[in-house]
Ligand binder design. Sequence first.
Ligand code: SAM
Length: 198
Amino acid sequence: MNFWNERYGNPGQSYGTEPNDFLRLNFASLPKGRILSLCEGEGRNAVFLARNGYEVLAVDGSHVGLQNAEKLAIQQGVTIKTEVADLADYKIQPDYWDAVVLIFAHLPGLIRKRIHQQAVLGLRAGGVLLLESFGPGQLAYNTGGPKQLDLLPSLEQLQSELQGLEFAVAQEIQRDIHEGIHHTGRADVVQIIGRRRM
Ligand SMILES: C[S@@+](CC[C@H](N)C(=O)[O-])C[C@H]1O[C@@H](n2cnc3c(N)ncnc32)[C@H](O)[C@@H]1O
């Protein structure tokens, strides 16, 4: 986590204080209630969801990121819960969450598969998972995200890892991203919104 603690130790929010575009445009599809936001970073998405009436647990491996998230929550007059944890051995409570959010959570394949399976099972029936991440096509751009293919799953990989969801949105598209100083410009992204089957 040294890389992330160092990045979040720099002045300013690395990905800005505004929420991710895909989340901002689609949060209304998340049922009201408890949201688990994985790889939350410095809190821009958790704070946005809390401002919109959700009860949010923000999980990330970087304690510096989550300290910044707590400061952002105070600045914006909301409360969020935070938990520092490595997703390599994190256990998601089953049948509990109304929604799970993953925004640019670029985990190694083995960890990612396990977390995605747990994320689906962590939703209550009818709960919704919302995800945006850079896709394999992002290797052609220099606008952010990891450079290893293992960290850039395709739409097909993600759909297979997220079995148990009915997909309302499942697409790989190119879009312009301007979210802080590390995500800047045309990018290849995978976007998913899926509901756990009743
Ligand atoms: C690209 S940042 C995205 C942050 C945030 N979701 C956003 O969009 O503003 C990726 C985040 O994943 C977290 N992360 C990476 N590997 C992790 C792991 N194994 N366990 C927990 N968090 C991890 C990092 O600390 C970092 O905050």
